[in-house]
Design a protein around this ligand. Structure first.
Ligand SMILES: [Fe+2]
Ligand SMILES: [Fe+2]
Length: 246
């Protein structure tokens, strides 16, 4: 039995959004997802998909994408990504009712894997605009947008705290934390997300959202403050699910 993660499938079976334009790695990427997930994930395993599942704008436009995810092996847990327009943040419960026993939508709740509580939320991080000089060094950034980003970080932190609170109230002491956005932006060493990970002594922080070579290093990868940070963007992993814990 194992816990795997993979992010940013960006499926578009019903939307006209070919991903090939984003580079070679995206060519027939849904075929790669099918192939690698079927090769690696066993029916008894758990697979957390860390957001940006579908390009559909509304739920009926995502049904084929979600059906594709359903057909993948193992228990599937979904996190909300910034492109998941079908997932109204206030209607997670409704999604969980509709897809009960098939898919689990992780937000303002938690899931269980062995003695771990799986907690998570979309997260948020300030992504600029940054003002750079010719050498690519940061000279400044849009401060109004940064202030707005802080509000979104607060809202996501409240959701994440609720997830931890419920898990702890149910007696869980071991946690794995999932985010869609990276835990820190390119200006930060730490953030409210790294702080809460430390506060609860989580085993690992798993995130995605970063696409393309130039973005893969935007946040923390590897060991930091005694916690394992894992980037699991589909294109970073060539769509092979990453092992989180066994
Ligand atoms: Fe994405
Ligand atoms: Fe994203």
């Amino acid at each position: 039995m194992a816990l795997y993660a993979l992010g940013d499938l960006h499926l578009s079976f019903q939307a006209n959004k070919p991903m090939d334009a984003f580079g070679k790695v995206w060519k027939n990427h849904e075929k790669k997802i099918e192939k690698y997930v079927n090769k690696i994930v066993k029916p008894e395993d758990t697979l957390v998909l860390t957001g940006d599942h579908s390009w559909g704008r509304k739920l009926p436009e995502c049904m084929e994408d979600l059906a594709f995810i359903e057909r993948l092996p193992g228990r599937k847990i979904l996190l909300r990504g910034n492109h998941d327009m079908f997932w109204d943040a206030k209607k997670t419960e409704r999604l969980n009712e509709e897809f009960a026993g098939r898919l689990f939508f992780l937000q303002n709740n938690f899931a269980v894997y062995k003695d771990y509580a799986l907690v998570g939320t979309k997260g948020y991080t300030f992504e600029g605009p940054f003002y750079l000089n010719r050498r690519g060094q940061i000279l400044g950034w849009d401060e109004e947008k940064e202030a707005q980003a802080k509000k979104l970080v607060d809202r996501e932190m409240a959701r994440l705290r609720e997830s931890f609170r419920q898990a702890q109230a149910s007696g869980y002491k071991k946690f794995i934390m999932f985010l869609h956005y990276p835990p820190t932006n390119i200006l930060e060493k730490t953030s409210p997300f790294t702080e809460i990970a430390r506060e609860y002594g989580v085993e690992a922080v798993v995130y995605s959202h970063c696409h393309g070579e130039r973005r893969f290093g935007d946040s923390i990868r590897g060991e930091f403050q005694g916690i394992r940070y894992m980037l699991v963007s589909g294109d970073y992993l060539n769509f092979c699910p990453a092992l989180v814990v066994e």
